[in-house]
Design a binder for this molecule. Structure first.
Ligand code: SF4
Length: 373
Protein backbone atom coordinates (compact mmCIF):
# COMPACT_ATOMS: atom_id res chain seq x y z
CA UNK A 1 0.00 0.00 0.00
CA UNK A 2 1.06 3.60 -0.52
CA UNK A 3 -0.17 7.17 -0.12
CA UNK A 4 -0.23 10.30 -2.25
CA UNK A 5 0.20 13.79 -0.81
CA UNK A 6 -0.67 16.81 -2.97
CA UNK A 7 0.58 20.19 -1.81
CA UNK A 8 -1.62 23.16 -2.74
CA UNK A 9 0.52 26.14 -1.73
CA UNK A 10 -2.04 28.95 -1.73
CA UNK A 11 -3.37 30.81 1.30
CA UNK A 12 -5.54 33.90 1.60
CA UNK A 13 -3.56 35.26 4.55
CA UNK A 14 -0.28 34.35 6.22
CA UNK A 15 -1.01 33.00 9.70
CA UNK A 16 1.55 34.47 12.05
CA UNK A 17 2.80 31.16 13.44
CA UNK A 18 3.00 29.21 10.17
CA UNK A 19 6.22 28.03 8.53
CA UNK A 20 4.71 25.75 5.88
CA UNK A 21 5.47 26.45 2.24
CA UNK A 22 2.70 28.70 0.89
CA UNK A 23 2.10 31.94 -0.98
CA UNK A 24 -0.63 34.56 -0.58
CA UNK A 25 -0.04 35.75 -4.13
CA UNK A 26 -2.67 34.79 -6.71
CA UNK A 27 -0.11 35.11 -9.49
CA UNK A 28 0.45 31.40 -10.03
CA UNK A 29 -3.08 30.09 -9.51
CA UNK A 30 -3.79 29.66 -13.23
CA UNK A 31 -0.49 28.05 -14.19
CA UNK A 32 -0.13 25.83 -11.13
CA UNK A 33 -2.77 23.14 -11.73
CA UNK A 34 -1.70 22.16 -15.28
CA UNK A 35 1.90 21.92 -14.01
CA UNK A 36 0.81 19.77 -11.07
CA UNK A 37 -1.01 17.48 -13.51
CA UNK A 38 2.20 17.25 -15.53
CA UNK A 39 4.09 16.28 -12.40
CA UNK A 40 1.55 13.51 -11.65
CA UNK A 41 2.17 12.17 -15.16
CA UNK A 42 5.94 12.45 -14.88
CA UNK A 43 6.35 10.79 -11.49
CA UNK A 44 3.84 7.95 -11.59
CA UNK A 45 6.66 5.38 -11.54
CA UNK A 46 7.82 6.50 -8.10
CA UNK A 47 5.38 4.14 -6.38
CA UNK A 48 6.02 1.36 -8.90
CA UNK A 49 3.56 -1.51 -8.29
CA UNK A 50 2.14 -0.20 -5.02
CA UNK A 51 -1.60 0.19 -4.52
CA UNK A 52 -2.60 3.68 -3.41
CA UNK A 53 -4.98 3.60 -0.44
CA UNK A 54 -4.92 7.24 0.67
CA UNK A 55 -4.82 10.61 -1.10
CA UNK A 56 -4.29 13.74 0.96
CA UNK A 57 -4.68 17.33 -0.29
CA UNK A 58 -2.68 19.51 2.12
CA UNK A 59 -1.22 22.94 2.04
CA UNK A 60 -1.44 25.79 2.03
CA UNK A 61 -5.17 25.74 1.64
CA UNK A 62 -6.48 23.18 -0.88
CA UNK A 63 -10.04 24.46 -0.44
CA UNK A 64 -9.11 27.60 -2.43
CA UNK A 65 -9.32 25.37 -5.52
CA UNK A 66 -12.72 24.75 -7.14
CA UNK A 67 -14.19 21.32 -6.37
CA UNK A 68 -14.07 20.36 -10.04
CA UNK A 69 -10.31 20.99 -10.06
CA UNK A 70 -9.90 18.71 -7.03
CA UNK A 71 -11.80 15.98 -8.89
CA UNK A 72 -9.71 16.59 -12.01
CA UNK A 73 -6.58 15.94 -9.91
CA UNK A 74 -8.13 12.78 -8.42
CA UNK A 75 -9.04 11.57 -11.94
CA UNK A 76 -5.47 12.15 -13.12
CA UNK A 77 -4.09 10.25 -10.12
CA UNK A 78 -6.54 7.40 -10.75
CA UNK A 79 -5.37 7.12 -14.36
CA UNK A 80 -1.68 7.13 -13.51
CA UNK A 81 -1.57 5.15 -10.25
CA UNK A 82 -3.18 1.90 -9.05
CA UNK A 83 -5.77 3.29 -6.64
CA UNK A 84 -7.81 0.87 -4.49
CA UNK A 85 -11.60 1.01 -4.44
CA UNK A 86 -12.81 3.60 -1.94
CA UNK A 87 -9.51 5.16 -0.91
CA UNK A 88 -9.45 7.64 1.97
CA UNK A 89 -9.35 11.06 0.26
CA UNK A 90 -8.81 13.97 2.63
CA UNK A 91 -9.02 17.65 1.79
CA UNK A 92 -7.59 20.23 4.17
CA UNK A 93 -9.91 23.21 4.23
CA UNK A 94 -10.34 26.55 5.90
CA UNK A 95 -13.76 27.56 7.25
CA UNK A 96 -14.09 30.68 5.08
CA UNK A 97 -14.05 28.47 1.96
CA UNK A 98 -16.72 26.04 3.14
CA UNK A 99 -19.88 27.76 1.93
CA UNK A 100 -22.97 25.66 1.31
CA UNK A 101 -22.41 26.04 -2.45
CA UNK A 102 -18.75 24.95 -2.27
CA UNK A 103 -19.54 21.95 -0.09
CA UNK A 104 -22.40 20.98 -2.39
CA UNK A 105 -19.98 20.83 -5.31
CA UNK A 106 -17.39 19.02 -3.17
CA UNK A 107 -20.02 16.39 -2.43
CA UNK A 108 -19.94 15.52 -6.15
CA UNK A 109 -16.22 14.64 -5.89
CA UNK A 110 -14.52 11.59 -4.37
CA UNK A 111 -13.31 13.60 -1.36
CA UNK A 112 -14.62 11.68 1.65
CA UNK A 113 -12.84 13.32 4.58
CA UNK A 114 -12.34 16.96 5.55
CA UNK A 115 -9.63 18.32 7.82
CA UNK A 116 -10.67 21.81 8.85
CA UNK A 117 -8.35 24.45 10.32
CA UNK A 118 -10.56 25.85 13.07
CA UNK A 119 -7.74 26.61 15.57
CA UNK A 120 -9.94 28.60 17.99
CA UNK A 121 -13.52 29.80 18.45
CA UNK A 122 -12.40 33.09 20.00
CA UNK A 123 -12.42 36.14 17.75
CA UNK A 124 -9.45 37.76 19.51
CA UNK A 125 -7.34 34.60 19.22
CA UNK A 126 -8.16 34.17 15.53
CA UNK A 127 -7.14 37.76 14.89
CA UNK A 128 -3.97 37.36 16.95
CA UNK A 129 -3.05 34.37 14.76
CA UNK A 130 -3.98 36.36 11.62
CA UNK A 131 -6.38 33.67 10.46
CA UNK A 132 -8.47 34.39 7.36
CA UNK A 133 -11.73 33.30 9.04
CA UNK A 134 -13.75 34.40 12.03
CA UNK A 135 -15.63 32.39 14.60
CA UNK A 136 -19.01 32.87 12.88
CA UNK A 137 -17.60 31.44 9.66
CA UNK A 138 -16.25 28.45 11.58
CA UNK A 139 -19.74 27.70 12.93
CA UNK A 140 -21.36 28.19 9.53
CA UNK A 141 -18.81 25.91 7.84
CA UNK A 142 -19.37 23.15 10.38
CA UNK A 143 -23.15 23.48 10.14
CA UNK A 144 -22.88 23.24 6.35
CA UNK A 145 -20.74 20.10 6.66
CA UNK A 146 -23.31 18.48 8.92
CA UNK A 147 -26.26 19.45 6.67
CA UNK A 148 -24.51 17.98 3.65
CA UNK A 149 -23.48 14.77 5.37
CA UNK A 150 -19.70 15.22 5.60
CA UNK A 151 -19.35 12.85 8.52
CA UNK A 152 -15.64 12.17 8.37
CA UNK A 153 -14.51 15.42 9.92
CA UNK A 154 -11.20 16.26 11.51
CA UNK A 155 -10.89 19.60 13.30
CA UNK A 156 -7.59 21.31 14.08
CA UNK A 157 -7.29 23.30 17.29
CA UNK A 158 -4.32 25.17 18.78
CA UNK A 159 -3.55 25.51 22.49
CA UNK A 160 -0.91 27.38 24.46
CA UNK A 161 -1.80 30.78 22.97
CA UNK A 162 -0.18 33.28 25.38
CA UNK A 163 -3.35 35.19 26.32
CA UNK A 164 -5.41 32.01 26.59
CA UNK A 165 -6.92 30.72 29.83
CA UNK A 166 -8.20 27.29 30.81
CA UNK A 167 -11.75 28.59 30.39
CA UNK A 168 -11.06 29.91 26.89
CA UNK A 169 -9.42 26.68 25.82
CA UNK A 170 -12.23 24.62 27.28
CA UNK A 171 -14.74 26.79 25.39
CA UNK A 172 -13.00 26.21 22.02
CA UNK A 173 -12.88 22.46 22.63
CA UNK A 174 -16.52 22.32 23.70
CA UNK A 175 -17.59 24.31 20.64
CA UNK A 176 -15.73 21.87 18.40
CA UNK A 177 -17.30 18.88 20.15
CA UNK A 178 -20.79 20.28 19.48
CA UNK A 179 -20.28 19.12 15.89
CA UNK A 180 -19.27 15.60 16.93
CA UNK A 181 -16.15 15.40 14.74
CA UNK A 182 -14.77 11.85 14.55
CA UNK A 183 -11.21 13.19 14.68
CA UNK A 184 -9.41 16.10 16.33
CA UNK A 185 -5.83 17.29 15.94
CA UNK A 186 -4.83 19.47 18.87
CA UNK A 187 -1.48 21.17 18.48
CA UNK A 188 0.63 23.18 20.88
CA UNK A 189 1.48 26.61 19.50
CA UNK A 190 5.18 26.69 18.67
CA UNK A 191 7.57 29.44 17.63
CA UNK A 192 9.07 28.67 14.23
CA UNK A 193 11.87 30.64 12.65
CA UNK A 194 11.07 32.99 9.76
CA UNK A 195 7.48 33.50 10.92
CA UNK A 196 5.79 36.76 11.87
CA UNK A 197 5.29 35.35 15.38
CA UNK A 198 9.04 34.79 15.75
CA UNK A 199 9.70 38.39 14.61
CA UNK A 200 7.06 39.76 17.00
CA UNK A 201 8.77 37.98 19.90
CA UNK A 202 12.19 39.34 18.91
CA UNK A 203 10.68 42.85 18.71
CA UNK A 204 9.11 42.45 22.15
CA UNK A 205 5.58 42.73 20.73
CA UNK A 206 4.66 39.20 21.72
CA UNK A 207 5.79 36.41 24.02
CA UNK A 208 6.51 32.72 23.46
CA UNK A 209 3.85 30.25 24.64
CA UNK A 210 4.42 29.84 28.40
CA UNK A 211 5.53 26.23 29.11
CA UNK A 212 3.23 25.95 32.11
CA UNK A 213 0.18 27.02 30.08
CA UNK A 214 1.05 24.66 27.21
CA UNK A 215 1.50 21.73 29.56
CA UNK A 216 -1.69 22.45 31.47
CA UNK A 217 -3.78 22.82 28.32
CA UNK A 218 -2.30 19.65 26.80
CA UNK A 219 -3.57 17.63 29.77
CA UNK A 220 -6.84 19.58 29.91
CA UNK A 221 -7.43 18.59 26.29
CA UNK A 222 -6.41 14.97 26.83
CA UNK A 223 -8.65 14.59 29.89
CA UNK A 224 -11.67 16.08 28.13
CA UNK A 225 -11.29 14.12 24.89
CA UNK A 226 -10.59 10.77 26.56
CA UNK A 227 -13.65 11.38 28.72
CA UNK A 228 -15.73 12.02 25.57
CA UNK A 229 -14.73 8.71 24.00
CA UNK A 230 -11.79 9.73 21.82
CA UNK A 231 -8.62 7.68 21.65
CA UNK A 232 -5.32 9.56 21.77
CA UNK A 233 -3.62 7.47 19.11
CA UNK A 234 -0.75 9.90 18.66
CA UNK A 235 0.38 12.79 20.85
CA UNK A 236 -1.56 15.43 18.89
CA UNK A 237 -4.27 13.23 17.35
CA UNK A 238 -7.52 11.95 18.80
CA UNK A 239 -10.09 9.75 17.07
CA UNK A 240 -13.36 7.99 17.71
CA UNK A 241 -13.02 4.21 17.26
CA UNK A 242 -11.99 3.41 13.68
CA UNK A 243 -11.67 7.07 12.67
CA UNK A 244 -7.90 7.53 12.85
CA UNK A 245 -6.28 9.18 9.82
CA UNK A 246 -5.21 6.32 7.57
CA UNK A 247 -2.94 8.64 5.62
CA UNK A 248 -0.98 9.94 8.62
CA UNK A 249 -0.85 6.50 10.23
CA UNK A 250 0.75 5.17 7.04
CA UNK A 251 3.47 7.88 7.33
CA UNK A 252 4.23 6.79 10.86
CA UNK A 253 4.33 3.14 9.84
CA UNK A 254 6.94 3.82 7.17
CA UNK A 255 4.64 3.03 4.24
CA UNK A 256 5.82 4.62 0.94
CA UNK A 257 4.21 7.82 -0.31
CA UNK A 258 4.76 10.33 -3.04
CA UNK A 259 4.49 14.06 -2.43
CA UNK A 260 3.48 16.18 -5.42
CA UNK A 261 3.62 19.97 -5.61
CA UNK A 262 6.27 22.45 -4.42
CA UNK A 263 8.00 21.53 -1.17
CA UNK A 264 6.24 18.15 -0.95
CA UNK A 265 8.17 15.26 0.58
CA UNK A 266 8.27 11.66 -0.65
CA UNK A 267 9.43 8.31 0.73
CA UNK A 268 9.90 5.22 -1.42
CA UNK A 269 10.31 2.77 1.45
CA UNK A 270 14.09 3.29 1.56
CA UNK A 271 14.94 6.93 0.93
CA UNK A 272 13.35 10.31 1.37
CA UNK A 273 13.19 13.18 -1.07
CA UNK A 274 11.56 16.54 -1.52
CA UNK A 275 10.49 18.91 -4.26
CA UNK A 276 11.97 22.38 -4.48
CA UNK A 277 10.01 24.77 -2.27
CA UNK A 278 9.96 27.70 -4.67
CA UNK A 279 7.03 28.41 -6.97
CA UNK A 280 8.94 29.68 -10.02
CA UNK A 281 11.59 26.96 -9.80
CA UNK A 282 8.89 24.32 -9.37
CA UNK A 283 6.79 25.52 -12.33
CA UNK A 284 9.73 26.07 -14.68
CA UNK A 285 11.41 22.88 -13.52
CA UNK A 286 8.40 20.72 -14.38
CA UNK A 287 7.75 22.53 -17.68
CA UNK A 288 11.37 22.34 -18.81
CA UNK A 289 11.97 18.86 -17.34
CA UNK A 290 14.67 20.11 -14.99
CA UNK A 291 15.41 18.27 -11.76
CA UNK A 292 13.27 19.65 -8.92
CA UNK A 293 13.50 16.60 -6.66
CA UNK A 294 16.32 16.12 -4.15
CA UNK A 295 16.85 12.68 -2.69
CA UNK A 296 18.51 11.88 0.61
CA UNK A 297 19.93 8.43 1.13
CA UNK A 298 18.98 7.34 4.62
CA UNK A 299 21.68 5.67 6.70
CA UNK A 300 20.89 2.84 9.11
CA UNK A 301 21.07 5.32 11.98
CA UNK A 302 18.64 7.69 10.19
CA UNK A 303 16.11 4.89 9.83
CA UNK A 304 16.50 3.78 13.44
CA UNK A 305 16.16 7.40 14.67
CA UNK A 306 13.07 7.99 12.53
CA UNK A 307 11.44 4.85 13.84
CA UNK A 308 12.01 5.62 17.54
CA UNK A 309 10.86 9.25 17.15
CA UNK A 310 7.62 8.45 15.32
CA UNK A 311 6.87 5.31 17.32
CA UNK A 312 7.30 6.91 20.73
CA UNK A 313 4.67 9.54 19.79
CA UNK A 314 2.11 6.84 19.02
CA UNK A 315 -0.12 5.03 21.48
CA UNK A 316 1.43 1.66 20.51
CA UNK A 317 4.89 3.03 21.24
CA UNK A 318 8.12 1.31 20.24
CA UNK A 319 7.57 -2.31 19.23
CA UNK A 320 10.73 -4.02 20.50
CA UNK A 321 10.29 -7.09 18.30
CA UNK A 322 9.99 -4.89 15.18
CA UNK A 323 12.79 -2.58 16.32
CA UNK A 324 15.34 -5.34 16.79
CA UNK A 325 14.22 -7.29 13.74
CA UNK A 326 14.82 -4.26 11.53
CA UNK A 327 17.52 -2.43 13.54
CA UNK A 328 19.16 -5.25 15.53
CA UNK A 329 22.57 -3.55 15.50
CA UNK A 330 21.19 -0.80 17.78
CA UNK A 331 19.84 -3.10 20.52
CA UNK A 332 22.66 -2.47 22.98
CA UNK A 333 22.60 1.26 22.27
CA UNK A 334 18.81 1.35 22.77
CA UNK A 335 18.87 -0.32 26.19
CA UNK A 336 21.90 1.69 27.28
CA UNK A 337 20.15 4.99 26.51
CA UNK A 338 16.75 3.84 27.75
CA UNK A 339 18.01 3.41 31.29
CA UNK A 340 19.15 7.06 31.39
CA UNK A 341 15.61 8.32 30.70
CA UNK A 342 13.60 9.16 33.84
CA UNK A 343 11.62 5.97 34.35
CA UNK A 344 8.42 7.85 35.26
CA UNK A 345 8.27 9.05 31.61
CA UNK A 346 7.98 5.57 30.11
CA UNK A 347 6.04 2.33 30.46
CA UNK A 348 6.82 -1.25 29.36
CA UNK A 349 3.92 -3.37 28.15
CA UNK A 350 3.63 -6.48 25.98
CA UNK A 351 6.97 -5.96 24.27
CA UNK A 352 6.37 -2.25 23.68
CA UNK A 353 7.89 0.85 25.24
CA UNK A 354 5.40 3.71 25.43
CA UNK A 355 5.26 7.10 27.08
CA UNK A 356 3.56 7.27 30.47
CA UNK A 357 0.88 9.96 30.88
CA UNK A 358 3.53 12.09 32.62
CA UNK A 359 6.03 11.46 29.81
CA UNK A 360 3.70 12.52 26.98
CA UNK A 361 4.86 16.12 27.06
CA UNK A 362 8.49 14.95 26.94
CA UNK A 363 8.09 12.90 23.76
CA UNK A 364 10.77 14.81 21.83
CA UNK A 365 13.20 14.54 24.72
CA UNK A 366 12.60 10.77 25.10
CA UNK A 367 12.81 10.15 21.34
CA UNK A 368 16.05 12.10 20.93
CA UNK A 369 17.58 10.50 24.05
CA UNK A 370 17.30 7.18 22.20
CA UNK A 371 18.90 8.49 19.02
CA UNK A 372 22.05 7.04 17.53
CA UNK A 373 24.15 10.05 16.52
S1 SF4 B 1 -3.89 28.67 6.31
FE1 SF4 B 1 -2.59 26.97 7.02
S2 SF4 B 1 -0.88 26.84 5.56
FE2 SF4 B 1 -1.91 28.82 5.23
S3 SF4 B 1 -0.71 30.27 6.45
FE3 SF4 B 1 -2.43 29.58 7.73
S4 SF4 B 1 -1.64 27.80 8.87
FE4 SF4 B 1 -0.21 28.20 7.18
Amino acid sequence: MAGIYIHIPFCKKACHYCNFFFTTSTRFRETFVPVLIEEIDLRADYLKDEYVSTIYFGGGTPSVLPAKTIQQLIDTISRRFEVIDEPEITLEANPDDLSFAYLTSLKQTQVNRLSIGIQSFHEAELQWMNRAHNSKEAHEALENCKKLGFNKLSLDLIFGIPESTDEKWRYSMEQALEYAPDHLSCYALTVEEKTAYHTHIKQGKSVAPPDELTEKQFYQCRDLLLHRGYEQYEISNYAKPGAHSKHNTAYWEGIPYIGLGPGAHSYDGKNRGWNVNHMVQYIEGIKERKEIFTEELLSKSDRYNEYVMTAIRRKEGIDLHHLFKTHGEFEEHFYHNLKDIPQEYIMHKDGHVTLSPKGLIFADFVGSALFEV
